[in-house]
Design a protein around this ligand. Structure first.
Ligand SMILES: [Zn+2]
Ligand SMILES: [Zn+2]
Length: 183
């Protein structure tokens, strides 16, 4: 059997596709029109943090971010991520692998990064391409975190406190302390 090309975006906990939104509980198979973001963070090859969030929750959460933080994030992606090169990947086949083989910002190969995060937008079992799916290495995540205002970091921390049973034991090892940067 062919391996599922989207398996990087399945839950590492269950081995199956994510079933519902971490925030509102929306079951994705009941909402085939609602895209959702899958975010996963790895350290030394092991997934230590993961969730899926529906587009509606993601939008309302990012609206709470400070204007400065949103601008800083946009600027980082404009200046540091080669979006046109990524778009040209579309002329190849629609599989996630080439999109996530290296850090989208510094181009460090994923398999050489001590920690990294993956983000992918899905609609049902389909992947939505460009600019996602993408990979950011731990160093670049740290850089992004440093751009965020204390208020925006607080929103992340609250998100993690609310939705995870205490931070996973090794979350503190992540450069960004479990504050997702792919959003
Ligand atoms: Zn939701
Ligand atoms: Zn990087």
């Amino acid at each position: 059997m062919e391996p599922d090309p989207h398996s990087d975006f399945h839950s590492s906990e269950t081995g199956a596709p994510f079933r519902d939104c971490i925030s509102c509980g929306l079951p994705f198979d009941h909402a085939p029109e609602t895209p959702y973001l899958v975010a996963k963070s790895y350290r030394r090859g092991e997934c230590i943090f993961e969730y899926a969030i529906c587009e509606d929750c993601r939008t309302s959460m990012s609206r709470e971010f400070s204007r400065d933080s949103r601008q800083a994030l946009n600027l980082f992606f404009q200046e540091r991520v080669n979006l046109s090169e990524r778009s040209s990947l579309l002329s190849h086949q629609y599989v996630p692998a080439p999109w996530i083989q290296k850090c989208a910002a510094c181009e460090k190969p994923r398999n050489e990064a001590e920690s990294y995060s993956l983000g992918g937008m899905l609609l049902g079992s389909d992947m939505i391409y460009d600019p996602y799916p993408l990979c950011l290495c731990g160093n670049c995540e740290e850089e992004i975190q440093s751009l965020l205002s204390p208020g925006t970091k607080g929103i992340w921390d609250e998100f993690v406190d609310t939705h995870f049973d205490g931070p996973p034991s090794n979350l503190e090892d992540l450069p960004v302390k479990g504050r997702p940067v792919l959003f």
